[in-house]
Design a protein around this ligand. Sequence first.
Ligand code: IPE
Ligand code: IPE
Ligand code: MG
Length: 238
Amino acid sequence: MGKIHLEKIPRHVAIIMDGNGRWADTHGVTRRAGHTEGARSVQRCVDLCLEYGIPWMTLYAFSTENWKRPLSEVSALMVLLNRFLKQRLSEMMAKNVRLLPIGEIHRLPQRCRKTLLSAVERTSGNAGLNLVLALSYGSRQEITDAVRGIAERVAAGELRPEAITEKTVGEALYTGGMPDPDLMIRTSGERRLSNFLLWQLSYAEIHVTECLWPDFGREQFEAALRDYASRKRRFGKR
Ligand code: IPE
Ligand code: IPE
Ligand code: MG
């Protein structure tokens, strides 16, 4: 199947990859198997971004709140992450994908963190697609960290309070230097942000699909792009 023609393409797509557990339930398999299947959707979306020339994609893979799930599920997700990063590194190199993490990386198990940081390092020169993985990510924690960092600079006399602008705050977030998402997709039908990119999504177009994440592929991705292309973005102007 070929690429569809679209009037405008988002520069940055952010996805809340939700519904792995429900997918597992409907297929009578373990939640772990649902997450494994979800990893295949990640690969499909990477390929679709490359095909459509979308330079940024952020994926919500694990939230700060997800630590409260049963240890068995958290462990399974960490094992899966580690395996995904190891198995996909050569492909990311071949496809010119640069990996960037956001979140409390220090909270990840040591093995995962090592694999992640080495993949980040190895792919740092790639420029085909910037793949941002939100891991142990929570927007409130991110904003709290940013506020603390700014307060420390003020206390140290490096920054005057009057000099703090939106740019100062934006740059102090984990996403400092990255463009804001233009399109945010949430799978599995939930209509909430679940602590994802609260600052950065201020003017993003939101597309919610009933499709469960492991079933998400070309058809659903293109439907989201078509929806985005049909939107009139006004940014408060007339
Ligand atoms: C999304 O699927 C993956 C993560 C949050 C890690 P869920 O595990 O939340 O699946 P549902 O929402 O229970 O179906
Ligand atoms: C959001 O999904 C987090 C990720 C997709 C990683 P959740 O399933 O954790 O969110 P809630 O519980 O439905 O809000
Ligand atoms: Mg969920």
